[in-house]
Write a protein that binds this ligand. Structure first.
Ligand code: GLU
Length: 442
């Protein structure tokens, strides 16, 4: 049975990078009848916050992802202590007493000699008596994992054959002076205990994987497989574009982006397949982790908006009405939905049909707009009104094509382009139409 996990830390809101890791794990599990675990890496009690934890559940749910089980690292401190004791007993976890200044001095000395800043394992040479003395003197150790000689190798499901020499990395600190276990360690203990079969995460974890493979080997014979997603450039933290103001899921939601557009976009980002407006349930059917390439994709807000536009175009009124201006009707939604990049733009069209808007003066269209006012049909108005009106107006003035339609659109909406006028006109109504024509023709 395939079992994967996504393991966000509740230290901030989920951004597109987290969303992608969650989505790819989800699709991987769902496409193979596997199990998808949501694990909270919440051992950092200084930076973690309960509201971020709740936001993780909310944002993933909003995105459309469901998980089969969840776990919190903060529930498992006793288990981490137990495994740490095992590693101490076999000598793989050893106590170190260097303080931050001493470690910094060691690093500076190595850097001066143009050597990589790798821990010198001085603490491994401490005798039991020296350790005892240090403890007696009130020094509290941090604990490092003694890496094996040699190297870590694995066949990455995305990056291919990987090899990291252990001599190029420091023995990792797994337990701090204050006894808190660190991510490098807790993640492996969890992956072993939860019987995770595939670890799918960002490429920034490749060095962790090398080190963690050695820790896995000290604890179990059943190693998971690994897949590292090349990091998205332009999608972490910085402002994405003028219209998509934030790379956090929260921000995108507020900006009026549909969750389906995000999942459709992220599922294909970094693959050779073009982005397409495919719903999540369909993405499962065609998902293949081998589609991901080895190079870093660029987050392109325009592509995301183009997908969003396609999804909005087909959304029924019922699924958006709570997010439309109050009193907005189904006819209004059907009139505008084909013209929105973002749902938030609905507000602007609501003003066009329902409120006062400013429209530019058109002094050179005075005669034409007066004729438009004269030929305005009586109410009731419906789907045919625009056609009837503009035909009459064309006959009266001889105007056709752009000369006929453009001054009217500009006078009635204040915009150069937008939804079909035939649909907008009855929503604007005769009174506002007449008033705007009069004002513009003045
Ligand atoms: N908490 C880690 C992160 O968010 C988890 C990495 C992993 O998947 O092991 O980067």
């Amino acid at each position: 049975m395939i079992k994967v996990r996504v393991a966000p830390s509740p230290t901030g809101y989920l951004h597109v990078g987290n969303a992608r890791a969650a989505l790819v794990n989800y699709l991987f599990a769902r496409s193979q009848n596997g199990h998808f675990l949501l694990r909270l890496d919440d051992t950092d009690t200084a930076r973690g916050r309960p509201e971020y934890e709740q936001a993780i559940y909310d944002d993933l749910t909003w995105l459309g992802l469901s998980w089969d089980s969840s776990a919190k690292q903060s529930d498992r401190f006793a288990r981490y202590a137990e495994v740490a004791e095992q590693l101490k007993a076999t000598g793989r976890l050893y106590p170190c007493f260097e303080n931050a200044e001493e470690l910094a001095a060691k690093r500076a000395a190595l850097e001066k000699r143009k050597l990589p800043p790798i821990y010198d394992r001085a603490a491994l040479a401490l005798t039991p008596a020296q350790i005892e003395t240090a403890l007696q003197n009130g020094h509290r150790p941090h604990w490092r994992f003694k890496l094996s000689p040699g190297e870590a190798t694995w066949i990455d499901l995305i990056l291919g054959a990987k090899r990291v020499k252990f001599a190029t990395v420091s023995d990792p600190v797994l337990i701090r002076e204050d006894n808190t276990p660190l991510y490098t360690f807790t993640s492996v203990v969890d992956d072993v205990d939860h019987q995770i079969t595939h670890v799918i995460r960002g490429e920034d974890h490749v060095t962790n994987t090398a080190v963690q493979l050695d820790i896995f080997a000290a604890l179990t014979n059943a190693l998971p497989k690994f897949a590292h997603l090349p990091l998205i450039s332009g999608g972490e933290g910085e402002k994405l574009s003028k219209r998509v103001g934030s790379a956090s899921l929260r921000g995108m939601r507020k900006d009026g982006i549909e969750p389906a557009a995000i999942t459709a976009y992220l599922a294909r980002l970094g693959t050779s397949k073009d982005p397409a407006p495919i719903p999540l349930a369909e993405l499962i059917k065609t998902f293949n982790i081998a589609d991901f390439g080895r190079s870093s994709p660029r987050f392109d807000p325009h592509q995301l908006l183009a997908l969003n536009r396609k999804f909005l175009h087909h959304l029924p009124y019922d699924s958006v009405k709570d997010r439309l201006p109050e009193a907005a009707t189904e006819a209004f939604w059907n009139a505008i939905r084909g013209n929105l990049d973002l749902l938030t733009e609905a507000r602007q069209w609501w003003d066009v049909v329902h409120n006062d808007i400013s429209t530019p003066d058109q002094p050179d269209q005075k005669i034409f707009l007066e004729a438009a006012l004269q030929t305005l049909p009586p109410e009731p108005w419906g789907a045919e009104t625009w056609k009837t009106w503009t035909q009459t107006l064309a006959q009266a003035t001889g105007a056709k094509g752009r000369a006929l339609y453009h001054p009217l659109r500009l006078a009635l909406t204040g915009e150069e382009s937008g939804p079909e006028m035939a649909a907008l006109l009855p929503l604007i109504g005769r009174e506002k139409t007449a008033e705007r024509l009069r004002r513009t023709a003045r």
